[in-house]
Design a protein around this ligand. Sequence first.
Ligand code: ZN
Ligand code: FE
Length: 242
Amino acid sequence: MLKVHQIPVLSDNYIYLLHDTDTEQTAVVDPAVAEPVLEALQSLDLSLNYILNTHHHSDHIGGNLKLKAATACQVVGAESDKKRIPLIDITLKEGDVFQLGSEAATIIETDGHTIGHIAFWFKNAEALFCGDTLFAMGCGRLFEGSAEQMWQSLNKLTALPTNTQIYCTHEYTEANGRFALTIEPKNADLKFRMQQVKAQRAQGLATVPFSLAEELATNPFLRAESSSSFAEIRTKKDNFNG
Ligand code: ZN
Ligand code: FE
């Protein structure tokens, strides 16, 4: 069984510690920093086998050097971005399967936020680690890829089972929701979700993970009808100050 421990770090990042309870194999997803991961490993009495990096941005790979030095773990990332993932050992591409003990993750290439971004889909555990591709009621900024590429990437994610739990790397939910309401002011599911999100955030609670079903009902980027209307929404979001 896959157990997921969520570690909030920096202003809005989440690091995930994954642990296969059958084999004790342990991985960390997108360690922005090392210390909170080392502390969590110690308190859970786990030793780190792998770092899984979704992409090369510093708030996703910042802990690689220290963690590898401290634990001798292996670094796992995209074949197509191996030059930018520090200390990479295992390179993966679309459709490859990464095995964390008895739990298998299928690799989904999700270019857009960066070129060489990947997501890890643990099918049996119904969990997706998608880095900065899909956020609650939002999606990643287009730093390197085109709107068309991001649209294709998001379409791969929306084809997954709707009960998939989505573990993205940032707590951007409330700001994303405010923008989403400007696109779909009459969406009842969206309005209801925003009420819940506001209440959760007021208590300092995480709004991540969330289900794909929830996203399909409330995320305007996923509800766009074509890549050109997606691109329009993405541009509006880039210019949104709310
Ligand atoms: Zn990023
Ligand atoms: Fe990020």
